[in-house]
Design a protein around this ligand. Structure first.
Ligand code: K7E
Ligand code: CUA
Ligand code: CA
Length: 597
């Protein structure tokens, strides 16, 4: 056993029991605040009424299937962007025949398990255009348009199971990489047939289609990219190829896999791939030029994070109390990839994820210790025993952690979010399952200060942040009228066939363009409705009794729905968004004449 790997705090299956025990028995680390101290903390997260937060925080929604948006530092919840679940409030995927409904249903089930939100980059900084979010459970990825915080594309990724880590290839979003965490039956073309492997997909950021995929040993957990577009990294925790927990922790070492993207692209040009389900799949064992480098790290690593300066990629230990620092510039230079390891500092128990402040410090979440540890990267590499700068207790086991703009080349080093896996007694009880908890930590000084906590629905894994000054100006105020919009005064009913009617309607405070719509039983009704408001936030809805239809309309937006008027009689439609003092009066009748007259 090497010196590096001899440092496990405990080995074997006992680890699993210890982790489970830590999870169950952890008591909160009580921070006693004086009244004055509490007031000081409160003032540091207080944002006066009418003022905006400095940051947007995008938290994955976990098994809620969407993305939660908060303002920081206040922790005010401002939006739940629906992605893999329908949401009537925003007219998202809730009515058959509408665009978003068809998009979601074509991709798979109407639920998801989202883990990692990532933001588009230009020149290594966030450009505020797109956010991508994975669905681990159904191997999907979605793209959200940040000009309106709406999901605009969803795709199922072929040939892999459990899209776990996803990352933008920096600095210009040349690809989105998506990890297949679970091992799949090795596709045709694999040398060692009969075994399991895993697949990493390199997706077109816009179409979400794989430009190619790479076959990997073991599995793929969390990923990241170098800052120069050259390398894709992933942690791998099951080089054993184990099918049980015990089998997955047999070996002392697993790995970080480093894919040389340029070498992979060259392999594609040379035709060194197999087509599998319409995707070019590269087997790194069969390329002329080396595509995959495996760097040994202590067993079952989890987090995979590249420093903002692009020098190092770090594998965070999980079962080992260490973070492994890999010098990216050495990966393809050294004879033995072990020699690319620049350092392996001890940080504490159960380290899961590492983030950065851009001032040379790393922050690692400690699941077992329920702590954040701040450490100096160059000191740790130099073997300077004073590399630990600070430790701070959080309440209950922390999973992901992310510092402001830490994924870019210019972190602001201002706040850090600890995404806790449990909250227990932090909030009012709401049943046996408690709200999830996030804790906001000020990292602007030498010492960290836990400022506040705020709850969420289950269950954020990761978060990313944008400066409000970068994103808020990009958010549109109203939708632009599309060519097919119904113009003010142009509401009408057109019979286009013996059993088909087109209905064109406008919505504006506080009435619809049509007070009544008269059709015959059995008619196919094609409704197009435009919210012709021209000012921000004047939303209207169109909900129809008995027909299960509820459209939501942003200012300027046009929506279409088709239904069969199969129920005779009077059916009221009404506006679901409170829009004026006459909101309740904003309604009309669908009159369906019975077929028998
Ligand atoms: Cu650590 Cu899915 Cu990012 Cu959860 S993973 S913690
Ligand atoms: Cu329109 Cu309420
Ligand atoms: Ca392992």
């Amino acid at each position: 056993m090497s010196k590096r790997t001899s440092r496990y705090w405990i080995l074997g299956a006992g680890i699993v029991a210890i982790l489970a025990l830590a999870y169950a028995c952890q008591t909160p680390s009580q921070t006693v605040q004086t009244a004055a101290g509490t007031a000081d903390l409160a003032s540091r997260v207080y944002v006066p009424i009418g003022e905006w937060d400095k940051y947007y925080a995008f938290l994955s929604g976990g098994q809620s299937g969407g993305v939660f948006v908060y303002g920081l530092p206040s922790g005010r919840f401002i939006r739940n962007i629906p992605v893999y679940e329908p949401r009537a409030a925003y007219g998202y995927a809730n009515v058959p025949g509408t665009e978003t409904y068809e998009m979601l249903h074509a991709s798979g089930p109407t639920w998801g398990d989202t883990h990692h939100p990532i933001l588009s980059e230009t020149g290594g900084d966030y450009d505020g255009k797109w956010l991508w979010i994975n669905d681990k459970a159904n191997s999907r990825i979605a793209r959200i348009d940040l000009s309106k915080f709406e999901t605009v594309a969803i795709a199922k990724i072929p040939n892999l199971q459990a899209t776990h880590g996803i990352a933008v290839i920096s600095p210009d979003t040349s690809y989105i990489i998506a990890n297949g965490e679970f091992e799949v039956e090795v596709p045709p073309g694999r040398v060692d047939e009969g075994s399991y492997g895993a697949v990493m997909a390199f997706l077109d950021p816009m179409s979400l289609e794989p430009r190619f995929e790479v076959l990997m040993p073991g599995n793929n957990d969390i990923n990241d990219s170098s800052k120069d577009g050259r390398w894709a990294f992933t942690t791998i925790y099951n080089l054993e190829g184990g099918l049980t927990v015990e089998a997955m922790i047999q070996r002392e070492e697993d790995a970080i896999g480093a894919i040389d993207i340029h070498a992979a692209e060259a392999a594609l040009e040379r035709g060194e791939f197999t087509m599998v389900n319409g995707v070019k799949l590269i087997d790194p064992n069969r390329t002329t030029q080396q595509v995959l480098y495996m760097i040994p790290v202590p067993k079952n690593p989890h987090g995979c994070d590249v420093t903002p300066d692009g020098k190092y990629v770090m594998g965070t230990g999980k079962l080992s109390p260490t973070v492994t620092i890999i010098d990216i510039s050495q990966i393809d230079k050294v004879e033995n990839t072990r020699d690319a390891i620049a350092g392996q500092p001890d940080v504490g128990l159960g380290p899961l994820h590492t983030t950065f402040d851009g001032r040379g410090n790393a922050y690692t979440s400690l699941f077992v210790d329920s702590q954040l540890v701040k450490w100096n990267i160059e000191k740790a590499i130099a073997g300077d025993p004073t590399y630990i700068v600070d430790r701070v207790d959080v309440h209950y086991n922390v999973g992901h952690t992310q510092a402001t703009l830490a994924e870019t080349m210019h972190p602001t080093g201002e706040y850090l979010l600890a995404l806790n896996k449990l909250s227990k007694d932090q909030y009012l009880p709401v049943g046996p399952t408690m709200p999830e908890a996030q804790e906001l930590i000020d990292i602007s000084g030498e010492k960290m200060t836990v400022l506040a906590s705020f709850p969420s629905e289950p269950e954020p894994h990761d978060a990313v942040f944008m400066l409000a000054s970068d994103l808020a100006p990009r958010v549109i105020q109203t939708e632009e009228l599309t060519p097919d919009a119904v113009a003010e005064g142009a509401s009408r009913i057109e019979r286009v066939g013996p059993n088909e009617v087109n209905v064109y309607m406008t919505a504006i405070r506080s009435k619809y363009g049509l007070n009544e719509v008269r059709v015959k039983q059995g008619d196919k009704v094609n409704l197009r409705i435009t919210n012709v408001e021209t000012i921000r936030d004047m939303s209207h809805g169109w909900a129809l009794e008995d027909y299960g239809i509820n459209l939501a309309l942003d200012p300027g937006q046009t929506r279409e729905v088709t239904f069969i008027a199969d129920k005779p009689g009077t059916h009221w439609y009404y506006c679901t968004w409170f829009c004026s003092a006459l909101h309740l009066e904003m309604r009309g009748r669908l009159l369906v004449e019975a077929a028998d007259g």
